[in-house]
Design a protein around this ligand. Structure first.
Ligand code: OAD
Length: 484
């Protein structure tokens, strides 16, 4: 019964990279190295393919079981599913797996005939497919192998951290906090996030006729036709020197000497407005702060091209024409502004008409597009500076759907507590405490309870926040402004 070696083979066939990443045991050096490679940017930015409803709860395989696997949620186990584990049993099995490892776990369960593979699958969130109903128990081994591997690779929740008081105590006691942020921390300033159902940027792009709205940030698409990106760039361009209460919170952590690093996926550069120092920030996906000519590589300050971006115009390099003038006498192919010519434009006529004075290159904001490497600083700082120092991780306002940033919580030591602050919980990464609601409200209430003064004009002086437990979750809490 080789359930332990099977998972890697099985999981490598999984379409969903969440599982591929998760199937690695990050507590082992070898796997950490793979993640280091990813973190260093040797693996470029890519989105985790998740379920269509965006909940992150479903997952896919290319195996025999494709379309047959159904996810069994903890809520269902709590309510009771025929022939499945109870939630208490499931939690106990998961805990035991993490305690003793995969091989010993399989031996202790299936090896001792204490439970069937079919039932054990349910402990790890898999509802046995109907077509296997009358099959012998061995038929469930491949499924169980995937399930065990997937569970083992997850960072298990630390059981000692559950309440708001725990979160506040961590804030007060910890001295080296990694803050990982996403678009949710800027939405209160009117900047849309990406994936929120009706308000996110990607839900507004149907008119562009892209097969996937994320193509606006795809480097190949940009090279083919930069006008697609520039048609929406004005909507995400930071215009005013504003910052949200959550940015102010990160600044407060810095002022208290507690901010180890703010890894931001945001390209709005708003952290700077709040006074977060450049040495404390890693802009994982770059920013609008600078722009580079795709042709001559000249770099300029981002605001030099802001006016054109606001008008929806494609900014052109002003240095390229000078370079061409110096390089006179050399004829260049038409359309040499760094934009790839489509095949249909090329009529194969090699007459002089094909030659003209070259045009300037396009100025591309220094944003990391899908298909581009992350800045080297990302992986280097994470693994060689923060990993050994961090004592608390706070993830705020991100769906954690884009690799390799989404791997950060898994790359950091598993004993370090992790808090998640967002409107929407995630299920592919397990945090110790989920603090749900508007992040500005959550951080201001945390500060109030910590006795810290978080000053910001958007936080009403008399704001009262109620914190409600989420039924069935010991460590999940919803923050609401009283009377809102
Ligand atoms: P997403 O839009 O994927 O996720 C934002 C998350 O923040 C969602 O879970 C929202 O529910 C939550 N949220 C929104 N407003 C909030 C608020 N006021 N308070 C609390 N939570 C709030 O954005 P990211 O995770 O940042 O890449 O997206 C990651 C990357 O995907 C981006 O960096 C971008 C995109 O493709 C590039 O720009 C290159």
């Amino acid at each position: 019964m080789d359930l332990v070696s099977a998972p890697s083979g099985e999981s490598s066939s999984l379409k969903n990279p969440v599982l591929e990443v998760a199937s690695a045991d990050v507590s082992k050096a070898g796997t950490a190295t793979e993640n280091i490679a990813a973190a260093k940017g040797e693996v470029s930015q890519s989105e985790y393919e998740t379920d269509s409803d965006g909940s992150g709860d479903e997952w896919e395989t290319q195996s025999l079981y494709e379309d047959a696997i159904q996810v069994l949620r903890d809520e269902q186990l709590r309510e009771g599913v025929p022939d499945a584990c109870t939630l208490d049993e499931a939690v106990a099995y998961r805990k035991r797996l993490h305690e003793i490892g995969k091989a010993a776990f399989v031996e202790e369960t299936l090896g001792q005939d204490t439970v069937t593979a079919k039932k054990l699958c349910t402990a790890f969130g898999i509802l046995p497919p109907a077509f296997l109903d009358d099959a012998p128990d061995e038929a469930f081994h491949p499924l169980l192998a995937i399930a065990i591997s997937r569970e083992f690779s997850r960072r298990p929740k630390l059981p000692q951290y559950n309440t708001i008081d725990d979160a506040v105590r961590l804030l007060k006691e910890c001295k080296n906090i990694v803050v990982l942020t996403g678009a949710g921390i800027s939405t209160s300033l009117g900047i849309p996030d990406f994936r929120s159902k009706d308000t996110g940027l990607y839900s507004q792009l149907a008119h562009l006729g892209l097969s996937d709205p994320q193509e606006v940030f795809d480097i190949q698409v940009f090279r083919e036709d930069p006008s697609i990106f520039f048609s929406i760039a004005k909507d995400i361009l930071p215009t005013e020197k504003k910052f949200s209460p959550t940015h102010a919170f990160i600044r407060l952590l810095q002022d208290k000497g507690k901010l180890l690093t703010n890894y931001t996926q945001n390209i709005d550069n708003i952290e700077a407005n709040a006074g977060v120092l450049p040495e404390n920030i890693v802009q994982c996906h770059g920013s609008f702060a600078t722009a580079t000519c795709v042709k001559c590589q000249r770099k300029v300050m981002g605001d030099e091209i802001f006016d054109e971006i606001k008008k929806g115009v494609i900014p052109q390099c002003t240095s390229c024409p000078t370079i061409f003038a110096e390089d006179s006498g050399v004829k260049r192919k038409r359309n040499s502004n760094g934009v790839h010519r489509s095949r249909k434009d090329n009529d194969g006529d090699s007459s002089d008409d094909d030659y003209e004075i070259p045009t300037a290159g396009v100025m591309k904001p220094d944003i990391t597009f899908f298909g581009e490497d992350l800045p080297d600083e990302f992986g280097h700082r994470l693994l060689h500076h923060d990993r050994d120092r961090v004592d608390l991780v706070i993830v705020i306002g991100t769906s954690l759907k884009v690799a390799p940033v989404a791997e950060v919580p898994g790359v950091l030591p598993r004993t370090v507590p992790q808090l998640y602050i967002s409107r929407t919980p995630v299920s592919h990464t397990e945090f110790d405490i989920d603090l749900l609601g508007d992040c500005d409200v959550v951080v201001s209430e945390l500060c109030r309870r910590a006795g810290w003064e978080l000053k910001h004009e958007m936080i009403p002086a008399d704001e009262k926040v109620e914190v409600l437990p989420v039924e069935g979750y010991e460590s999940r809490h919803v923050f609401k402004v009283v009377g809102a």
